[in-house]
Write a protein that binds this ligand. Structure first.
Ligand SMILES: [Zn+2]
Ligand SMILES: [Zn+2]
Length: 395
């Protein structure tokens, strides 16, 4: 990847309320929080859900050499879409707010229910007695609160941010962040059906490299039981991405009742309708480079534990990053209860489906296992000419 690079990390992707159900563990249970680092080093955080706590502990960990050497920018710009619990509940648990050397610029809209300094009031209220043991004065970091209206644009460093109101109960902002490395549009918590706001969402997403959209419900739920709840579906995301000419769609704000398998299903359907789609997944990192227009998505840490070394011959079929079908003979290196690490010559697309036929030795002789799984991690540096591909089996 050459030229300026913009890095987008997903720390929380779950909508409405955090989940700890093992069936939701692969995509992750923390509520919305994204981190965007622009090529000029400007650091943005999008929303303050419970994912913010995890991001904060990463920053303050002694192992984070970037902090010790002063590389990490002490100033951070935090864009808050709205004041529903799932987008603010990480704030009291964000350790960097309790360190006086840090400085934060918060951006959000004036709520008609709160008036001036809406976001500041929200923070004060959520930490007021008896809701939290210390009040906001314990947060010694420098904090500035900026009010942003729909249609407003401003620049931070080399980056241009545009905000638009999107359709959600009590209001919500969508943000467009144009960086020299590419354009990211973050539009969570929105429901289609208001013609003016639908049009504005398309304007906001116009030509975006990455369009992150609310995909909480199925198209069927959105048309019936969940109509008016303020959320969207993968199908609506595809429509907007198409109309707006966005390059990659990211399904976001997964329903707390959606299991990993259900999200797999939504992703599969979306991929049948649109070329480049990912389902937001905790730990996922997307790198964007403008010079060659490339996009790299990967999962830096494995979320599959309990691996056991193995050496089984297998035949694997799937699709490559470039969208071509492939089949190859290979070796399964590690095997776990739910997944495997497979050495492969082809580089499959992250989150794509993989079919694995594997011969395993058994007491009664060799046994052939046919498994279907999803690619959750790709480590291309593992071995010369091969990628180590992490797969979670679903059946
Ligand atoms: Zn939400
Ligand atoms: Zn909301």
């Amino acid at each position: 990847m050459s030229g300026p690079v913009t890095k987008l990390s997903f720390w929380g992707v779950r909508g409405s309320t955090p989940t700890v159900d093992p069936a939701t563990w692969r995509y992750g249970g923390n509520t919305p929080c994204l981190e965007l680092t622009a090529p000029d080093g400007t650091q943005f955080i999008l929303d303050c859900g419970t994912g913010l706590r995890v991001l904060g502990s990463r920053w303050t960990a002694p192992a984070a050499g970037a902090i010790a050497s002063g590389v990490r920018n002490p100033e951070t710009h935090i864009l808050v879409t709205h004041y529903h619990w799932d987008h603010i509940q990480g704030v009291p648990f964000f350790a960097p707010l309790y360190a006086e050397n840090n400085a934060f610029h918060f951006y959000s809209f004036r709520s008609k229910h709160l008036g001036r300094d809406s976001l500041k009031q929200v923070f004060e209220t959520q930490m007021a007695m008896p809701y939290f043991p210390v009040n906001m004065s314990a947060m010694t970091a420098k904090k500035k609160f900026m009010e942003v209206g729909g249609g407003d644009s401003f620049t931070v460093g080399e980056n241009k941010i545009t905000a638009r109101h999107i359709n959600h109960p009590q209001g919500c902002l969508g943000f467009r962040i144009e960086t020299p490395g590419g354009t990211v549009v973050y539009a969570t918590d929105n429901e289609p059906g208001d013609p003016k706001l639908d049009e504005e969402l398309r304007e906001l997403a116009a030509g975006a490299d990455i369009f992150i959209n609310d995909a909480q419900y199925t198209p069927e739920q959105l048309a019936s039981t969940r109509k008016g709840w303020g959320h969207s579906s993968w199908r609506e995301g595809v429509k907007v991405a198409r109309d707006a000419g966005a390059k990659t769609l990211v399904l976001f704000h997964h329903d707390p009742d959606s299991t990993d398998r259900m999200v797999d299903g939504l992703l599969r359907q979306a991929r049948e309708e649109f070329d480049s789609v990912f389902a937001a997944s905790e730990g996922m990192v997307i790198k964007l480079g403008s010079a060659d227009g490339t996009l790299e998505a990967h999962m830096p840490v494995t979320r599959t534990a309990l691996r056991r070394e193995a050496h089984f011959r297998a035949r694997v079929s799937g699709i490559t990053e470039g969208g071509h079908a492939f089949e190859e003979e290979t070796v399964v290196r590690d095997l776990a209860l739910q997944g495997a690490l497979i050495l492969m010559q082809h580089c499959p697309r992250l989150q794509s489906e993989l079919h694995v036929t594997m011969e395993t030795p058994g007491v009664d002789g060799a046994k052939v296992m046919k498994l279907r799984g999803y690619v959750v991690r790709i480590d291309s540096s593992e071995e010369k000419g091969h990628s180590a591909v992490g797969v979670v089996f679903t059946e």
